[in-house]
Design a binder for this molecule. Structure first.
Ligand SMILES: [Zn+2]
Length: 372
Protein backbone atom coordinates (compact mmCIF):
# COMPACT_ATOMS: atom_id res chain seq x y z
CA UNK A 1 0.00 0.00 0.00
CA UNK A 2 1.59 3.25 -1.11
CA UNK A 3 0.79 6.37 0.92
CA UNK A 4 2.38 8.84 -1.45
CA UNK A 5 2.75 8.91 -5.21
CA UNK A 6 6.47 9.49 -5.08
CA UNK A 7 9.28 6.99 -5.29
CA UNK A 8 11.55 6.63 -2.22
CA UNK A 9 9.19 8.29 0.27
CA UNK A 10 11.04 10.18 3.00
CA UNK A 11 9.87 9.96 6.58
CA UNK A 12 11.00 9.85 10.21
CA UNK A 13 11.30 7.01 12.70
CA UNK A 14 9.17 8.87 15.25
CA UNK A 15 10.63 11.43 17.57
CA UNK A 16 11.93 14.77 16.39
CA UNK A 17 14.30 17.06 18.27
CA UNK A 18 12.95 18.63 21.45
CA UNK A 19 12.93 22.44 21.19
CA UNK A 20 15.18 24.12 23.78
CA UNK A 21 12.25 26.12 25.12
CA UNK A 22 10.31 22.90 25.74
CA UNK A 23 13.26 21.44 27.68
CA UNK A 24 13.34 24.57 29.83
CA UNK A 25 9.58 24.52 30.25
CA UNK A 26 9.62 20.89 31.40
CA UNK A 27 11.72 21.90 34.39
CA UNK A 28 9.10 24.52 35.29
CA UNK A 29 6.28 22.01 34.78
CA UNK A 30 8.07 19.56 37.10
CA UNK A 31 8.22 22.29 39.74
CA UNK A 32 4.45 22.77 39.44
CA UNK A 33 4.65 26.24 37.89
CA UNK A 34 2.33 25.43 34.97
CA UNK A 35 -1.40 24.76 35.05
CA UNK A 36 -3.08 22.05 32.98
CA UNK A 37 -3.99 24.49 30.21
CA UNK A 38 -0.48 25.99 30.20
CA UNK A 39 1.00 22.52 29.73
CA UNK A 40 -1.39 21.76 26.89
CA UNK A 41 -0.50 25.00 25.15
CA UNK A 42 3.27 24.39 25.20
CA UNK A 43 2.90 20.78 24.07
CA UNK A 44 0.57 21.79 21.22
CA UNK A 45 3.13 24.41 20.19
CA UNK A 46 5.96 21.86 20.35
CA UNK A 47 4.08 19.47 18.07
CA UNK A 48 3.43 22.28 15.62
CA UNK A 49 7.14 23.22 15.67
CA UNK A 50 8.07 19.59 14.92
CA UNK A 51 5.54 19.38 12.09
CA UNK A 52 6.63 22.70 10.59
CA UNK A 53 10.31 21.69 10.68
CA UNK A 54 9.55 18.36 8.98
CA UNK A 55 7.45 20.10 6.32
CA UNK A 56 10.19 22.68 5.69
CA UNK A 57 12.78 19.89 5.44
CA UNK A 58 10.53 18.40 2.75
CA UNK A 59 9.56 15.06 4.32
CA UNK A 60 6.77 13.20 2.51
CA UNK A 61 5.40 11.44 5.61
CA UNK A 62 5.57 13.21 8.97
CA UNK A 63 5.16 12.31 12.64
CA UNK A 64 4.04 14.49 15.52
CA UNK A 65 7.65 14.38 16.74
CA UNK A 66 6.58 12.55 19.92
CA UNK A 67 6.82 15.96 21.56
CA UNK A 68 4.21 15.03 24.18
CA UNK A 69 6.22 12.03 25.36
CA UNK A 70 9.28 12.33 27.52
CA UNK A 71 12.31 10.11 27.05
CA UNK A 72 10.48 8.15 24.31
CA UNK A 73 8.38 5.89 26.58
CA UNK A 74 8.79 7.02 30.18
CA UNK A 75 5.52 8.98 30.19
CA UNK A 76 3.44 5.87 29.43
CA UNK A 77 3.93 4.38 32.90
CA UNK A 78 1.86 7.16 34.39
CA UNK A 79 -1.03 5.90 32.25
CA UNK A 80 -0.60 2.19 32.97
CA UNK A 81 -2.09 1.00 36.26
CA UNK A 82 -0.25 -1.61 38.31
CA UNK A 83 3.26 -0.16 38.19
CA UNK A 84 5.18 1.30 41.11
CA UNK A 85 8.12 3.62 40.38
CA UNK A 86 11.35 2.63 42.11
CA UNK A 87 14.57 4.43 42.89
CA UNK A 88 16.82 5.08 39.94
CA UNK A 89 19.74 2.61 40.26
CA UNK A 90 22.28 5.34 39.50
CA UNK A 91 21.77 9.08 39.81
CA UNK A 92 25.27 10.50 39.47
CA UNK A 93 27.16 11.03 36.26
CA UNK A 94 26.45 10.41 32.63
CA UNK A 95 22.86 9.66 31.58
CA UNK A 96 22.51 6.07 30.42
CA UNK A 97 20.19 3.09 30.67
CA UNK A 98 20.90 2.67 34.39
CA UNK A 99 19.80 6.22 35.25
CA UNK A 100 16.14 5.57 34.33
CA UNK A 101 13.41 5.13 36.91
CA UNK A 102 12.49 1.44 37.08
CA UNK A 103 8.81 0.51 37.30
CA UNK A 104 7.81 -2.66 39.10
CA UNK A 105 4.54 -4.44 38.30
CA UNK A 106 2.88 -4.89 41.68
CA UNK A 107 -0.57 -5.63 40.24
CA UNK A 108 -2.09 -6.81 36.94
CA UNK A 109 -1.31 -3.99 34.54
CA UNK A 110 -3.95 -2.19 32.47
CA UNK A 111 -4.37 1.12 30.66
CA UNK A 112 -8.12 1.82 30.84
CA UNK A 113 -7.70 5.29 29.31
CA UNK A 114 -5.23 4.08 26.67
CA UNK A 115 -1.65 5.23 26.13
CA UNK A 116 -2.65 8.66 24.80
CA UNK A 117 -1.30 7.99 21.30
CA UNK A 118 -4.75 8.29 19.71
CA UNK A 119 -5.02 11.80 21.12
CA UNK A 120 -1.52 12.61 19.83
CA UNK A 121 -2.57 11.46 16.35
CA UNK A 122 -5.89 13.34 16.34
CA UNK A 123 -4.15 16.61 17.16
CA UNK A 124 -1.39 16.15 14.58
CA UNK A 125 -3.97 15.21 11.95
CA UNK A 126 -5.49 18.70 12.22
CA UNK A 127 -2.11 20.41 11.82
CA UNK A 128 -0.84 19.04 8.50
CA UNK A 129 -2.28 17.81 5.24
CA UNK A 130 0.68 15.45 4.65
CA UNK A 131 0.42 11.75 5.51
CA UNK A 132 1.36 10.83 9.07
CA UNK A 133 3.19 7.88 10.50
CA UNK A 134 2.30 7.06 14.09
CA UNK A 135 5.05 5.48 16.22
CA UNK A 136 3.85 3.08 18.93
CA UNK A 137 6.07 1.24 21.42
CA UNK A 138 5.76 -2.51 21.14
CA UNK A 139 5.11 -4.71 24.18
CA UNK A 140 8.79 -5.61 24.55
CA UNK A 141 9.80 -1.95 24.38
CA UNK A 142 7.38 -1.27 27.21
CA UNK A 143 9.22 -3.81 29.40
CA UNK A 144 12.49 -1.86 29.05
CA UNK A 145 12.49 0.19 32.28
CA UNK A 146 10.34 -2.32 34.20
CA UNK A 147 10.61 -5.30 36.47
CA UNK A 148 8.01 -8.06 36.30
CA UNK A 149 7.47 -8.04 40.06
CA UNK A 150 5.24 -10.20 42.24
CA UNK A 151 2.08 -9.69 40.15
CA UNK A 152 3.27 -12.01 37.36
CA UNK A 153 4.59 -15.55 37.65
CA UNK A 154 5.79 -15.81 34.03
CA UNK A 155 7.27 -13.46 31.45
CA UNK A 156 4.69 -14.70 28.92
CA UNK A 157 1.69 -13.49 30.93
CA UNK A 158 3.45 -10.21 31.67
CA UNK A 159 4.31 -9.33 28.07
CA UNK A 160 0.92 -10.74 27.00
CA UNK A 161 -0.82 -8.06 29.09
CA UNK A 162 1.42 -5.39 27.56
CA UNK A 163 0.61 -6.73 24.08
CA UNK A 164 -3.12 -6.38 24.85
CA UNK A 165 -2.62 -2.74 25.87
CA UNK A 166 -0.72 -2.08 22.63
CA UNK A 167 -3.35 -3.96 20.57
CA UNK A 168 -6.18 -1.84 21.97
CA UNK A 169 -4.25 1.34 21.20
CA UNK A 170 -3.57 0.16 17.63
CA UNK A 171 -7.24 -0.70 17.05
CA UNK A 172 -8.30 2.71 18.34
CA UNK A 173 -5.67 4.43 16.20
CA UNK A 174 -6.88 2.71 13.03
CA UNK A 175 -10.49 3.56 13.90
CA UNK A 176 -9.42 7.19 14.39
CA UNK A 177 -8.01 7.24 10.85
CA UNK A 178 -4.32 6.37 11.26
CA UNK A 179 -3.18 4.73 8.02
CA UNK A 180 0.50 4.12 8.82
CA UNK A 181 1.65 2.81 12.20
CA UNK A 182 5.19 1.89 13.22
CA UNK A 183 5.76 -0.48 16.13
CA UNK A 184 9.11 -0.03 17.87
CA UNK A 185 10.78 -3.08 19.40
CA UNK A 186 14.24 -3.33 21.01
CA UNK A 187 16.89 -5.65 19.58
CA UNK A 188 18.39 -5.70 23.09
CA UNK A 189 15.40 -7.48 24.64
CA UNK A 190 16.67 -10.99 25.52
CA UNK A 191 13.89 -12.60 23.47
CA UNK A 192 15.48 -11.31 20.26
CA UNK A 193 18.45 -13.63 20.79
CA UNK A 194 16.80 -16.37 22.86
CA UNK A 195 13.22 -16.56 21.58
CA UNK A 196 12.76 -14.81 18.24
CA UNK A 197 9.60 -16.88 17.65
CA UNK A 198 8.18 -15.39 20.84
CA UNK A 199 9.01 -11.88 19.57
CA UNK A 200 7.16 -12.55 16.32
CA UNK A 201 4.18 -14.20 18.02
CA UNK A 202 3.80 -11.28 20.42
CA UNK A 203 4.07 -8.76 17.58
CA UNK A 204 1.43 -10.60 15.57
CA UNK A 205 -0.91 -10.67 18.57
CA UNK A 206 -0.48 -6.92 19.01
CA UNK A 207 -1.22 -6.08 15.35
CA UNK A 208 -3.90 -8.72 14.70
CA UNK A 209 -6.84 -7.27 12.76
CA UNK A 210 -5.49 -3.71 12.77
CA UNK A 211 -6.49 -2.09 9.49
CA UNK A 212 -3.49 0.12 8.75
CA UNK A 213 -0.11 -0.14 7.10
CA UNK A 214 2.12 -1.64 9.79
CA UNK A 215 5.88 -1.17 10.05
CA UNK A 216 8.24 -2.79 12.55
CA UNK A 217 11.24 -0.76 13.71
CA UNK A 218 13.89 -2.95 15.30
CA UNK A 219 15.95 -0.63 17.43
CA UNK A 220 19.47 -1.09 18.79
CA UNK A 221 18.73 1.44 21.52
CA UNK A 222 18.84 5.22 21.61
CA UNK A 223 18.77 6.29 25.27
CA UNK A 224 20.75 9.57 25.42
CA UNK A 225 21.69 8.84 21.81
CA UNK A 226 23.49 5.62 22.73
CA UNK A 227 22.96 2.07 21.48
CA UNK A 228 22.41 -0.82 23.85
CA UNK A 229 22.92 -4.05 21.95
CA UNK A 230 25.15 -5.78 19.47
CA UNK A 231 24.29 -4.02 16.23
CA UNK A 232 23.50 -6.84 13.83
CA UNK A 233 20.16 -7.88 12.30
CA UNK A 234 21.41 -11.08 10.66
CA UNK A 235 20.71 -13.33 13.70
CA UNK A 236 17.01 -12.35 13.55
CA UNK A 237 16.60 -13.34 9.90
CA UNK A 238 14.75 -15.07 8.37
CA UNK A 239 12.63 -15.85 11.49
CA UNK A 240 11.60 -12.22 11.98
CA UNK A 241 9.96 -12.24 8.54
CA UNK A 242 7.05 -14.17 10.10
CA UNK A 243 6.04 -10.85 11.64
CA UNK A 244 2.96 -9.45 9.89
CA UNK A 245 4.64 -6.16 9.03
CA UNK A 246 4.40 -4.60 5.61
CA UNK A 247 7.62 -2.72 6.28
CA UNK A 248 10.76 -3.14 8.41
CA UNK A 249 12.48 0.02 9.59
CA UNK A 250 16.16 -0.71 10.25
CA UNK A 251 19.35 1.16 11.17
CA UNK A 252 22.14 1.29 8.61
CA UNK A 253 23.83 4.70 8.73
CA UNK A 254 25.37 4.31 12.20
CA UNK A 255 26.76 0.93 11.10
CA UNK A 256 28.39 2.34 7.97
CA UNK A 257 25.76 0.50 5.89
CA UNK A 258 26.66 -2.96 7.22
CA UNK A 259 24.11 -5.65 6.22
CA UNK A 260 22.46 -3.45 3.56
CA UNK A 261 22.34 -6.63 1.45
CA UNK A 262 19.80 -8.26 3.87
CA UNK A 263 16.89 -7.97 1.44
CA UNK A 264 18.72 -9.71 -1.39
CA UNK A 265 20.40 -12.21 0.93
CA UNK A 266 17.12 -13.42 2.46
CA UNK A 267 14.87 -12.77 -0.54
CA UNK A 268 12.73 -10.33 1.46
CA UNK A 269 9.54 -9.18 -0.30
CA UNK A 270 8.57 -6.53 2.27
CA UNK A 271 9.30 -2.80 2.20
CA UNK A 272 12.49 -1.54 3.81
CA UNK A 273 12.52 1.74 5.71
CA UNK A 274 16.27 2.22 5.51
CA UNK A 275 18.00 4.30 8.17
CA UNK A 276 20.35 6.43 6.09
CA UNK A 277 20.98 9.31 8.51
CA UNK A 278 22.91 8.72 11.75
CA UNK A 279 21.02 10.80 14.26
CA UNK A 280 23.44 9.70 17.00
CA UNK A 281 26.37 11.35 15.22
CA UNK A 282 27.22 15.06 15.24
CA UNK A 283 28.45 14.61 11.67
CA UNK A 284 26.12 16.36 9.24
CA UNK A 285 25.57 14.12 6.25
CA UNK A 286 25.68 15.80 2.84
CA UNK A 287 23.00 15.16 0.21
CA UNK A 288 25.70 13.26 -1.74
CA UNK A 289 26.38 11.02 1.29
CA UNK A 290 22.67 10.20 1.39
CA UNK A 291 22.44 9.66 -2.36
CA UNK A 292 25.39 7.27 -2.16
CA UNK A 293 23.73 5.30 0.64
CA UNK A 294 20.47 5.10 -1.31
CA UNK A 295 22.35 3.80 -4.35
CA UNK A 296 23.90 1.11 -2.12
CA UNK A 297 20.44 0.12 -0.85
CA UNK A 298 19.02 0.02 -4.38
CA UNK A 299 21.52 -2.69 -5.29
CA UNK A 300 19.54 -4.99 -2.98
CA UNK A 301 16.02 -3.51 -2.69
CA UNK A 302 13.72 -2.54 -5.59
CA UNK A 303 12.99 1.21 -5.58
CA UNK A 304 9.25 0.73 -5.08
CA UNK A 305 10.00 -1.12 -1.81
CA UNK A 306 12.39 1.45 -0.36
CA UNK A 307 11.53 4.20 2.13
CA UNK A 308 14.15 6.66 3.36
CA UNK A 309 14.39 7.59 7.04
CA UNK A 310 16.92 8.32 9.78
CA UNK A 311 18.21 5.36 11.80
CA UNK A 312 16.06 6.12 14.81
CA UNK A 313 14.25 8.88 16.71
CA UNK A 314 15.87 12.32 16.88
CA UNK A 315 14.89 13.37 20.41
CA UNK A 316 18.54 13.36 21.50
CA UNK A 317 19.70 15.39 18.47
CA UNK A 318 19.92 19.21 18.75
CA UNK A 319 17.07 20.78 16.82
CA UNK A 320 19.19 22.79 14.36
CA UNK A 321 21.18 19.67 13.51
CA UNK A 322 18.10 17.43 13.29
CA UNK A 323 16.55 19.84 10.79
CA UNK A 324 19.69 20.00 8.65
CA UNK A 325 20.07 16.23 8.72
CA UNK A 326 16.48 15.73 7.53
CA UNK A 327 16.98 18.38 4.83
CA UNK A 328 20.14 16.59 3.61
CA UNK A 329 18.18 13.32 3.62
CA UNK A 330 15.45 14.83 1.44
CA UNK A 331 17.94 16.55 -0.90
CA UNK A 332 19.93 13.32 -1.29
CA UNK A 333 16.73 11.44 -2.07
CA UNK A 334 15.86 13.99 -4.74
CA UNK A 335 19.20 13.36 -6.45
CA UNK A 336 18.44 9.64 -6.74
CA UNK A 337 14.82 10.24 -7.77
CA UNK A 338 16.20 12.28 -10.64
CA UNK A 339 18.47 9.41 -11.62
CA UNK A 340 15.46 7.08 -11.53
CA UNK A 341 13.69 9.27 -14.07
CA UNK A 342 11.59 11.58 -11.97
CA UNK A 343 10.61 9.29 -9.15
CA UNK A 344 6.86 9.39 -9.65
CA UNK A 345 4.81 6.27 -9.11
CA UNK A 346 1.52 5.34 -10.73
CA UNK A 347 -0.90 3.40 -8.51
CA UNK A 348 1.96 2.68 -6.15
CA UNK A 349 4.15 1.14 -8.87
CA UNK A 350 7.55 2.47 -9.80
CA UNK A 351 7.93 4.12 -13.16
CA UNK A 352 11.25 2.82 -14.37
CA UNK A 353 13.36 5.60 -15.77
CA UNK A 354 16.84 6.01 -17.09
CA UNK A 355 19.04 4.96 -14.17
CA UNK A 356 21.92 7.39 -13.94
CA UNK A 357 20.46 9.85 -16.44
CA UNK A 358 20.41 13.49 -15.47
CA UNK A 359 17.38 14.62 -17.45
CA UNK A 360 14.84 13.50 -14.87
CA UNK A 361 16.49 15.38 -12.04
CA UNK A 362 14.50 18.58 -12.32
CA UNK A 363 11.23 16.69 -12.64
CA UNK A 364 12.25 14.56 -9.66
CA UNK A 365 12.73 17.68 -7.57
CA UNK A 366 9.11 18.63 -8.18
CA UNK A 367 7.67 15.18 -7.90
CA UNK A 368 6.56 15.02 -4.30
CA UNK A 369 2.83 15.44 -4.91
CA UNK A 370 1.11 13.66 -2.10
CA UNK A 371 -1.92 11.57 -1.51
CA UNK A 372 -3.60 11.52 1.88
ZN1 LIG B 1 15.38 3.05 17.09
Amino acid sequence: MSLVDVLLPTTTVGSYAVPGWLQATREMIRRGEFGRLDVREVLDDAVMAAITDQERAGLDILSDGEERRHDFIMGFYERIHGFRPMERPRKIGVEFYDTEVVYEAIDRIAAPAGLGIVEEFLFARTRTTRPLKVPVPGPLTLTTPTRRGPAYKTEETYVGDLARIVHTELQRLAEAGATFIQIDEPAFHPWFTQNIKGVVQLFNEAVRGVKAKIALHICFGNRAGRPRSRRSYVPFFPAVLEARAEQFVLEFANREMAEIDLWARFGVDRELGAGLIDQKSFYLETPEDVAGRIRMALKHVPPEKLYINPDCGMNYTPRWLAFRKLKAMVDGTQIVRGELGGGRTIEGQATPGSRGGGSGRARGARSARLRR
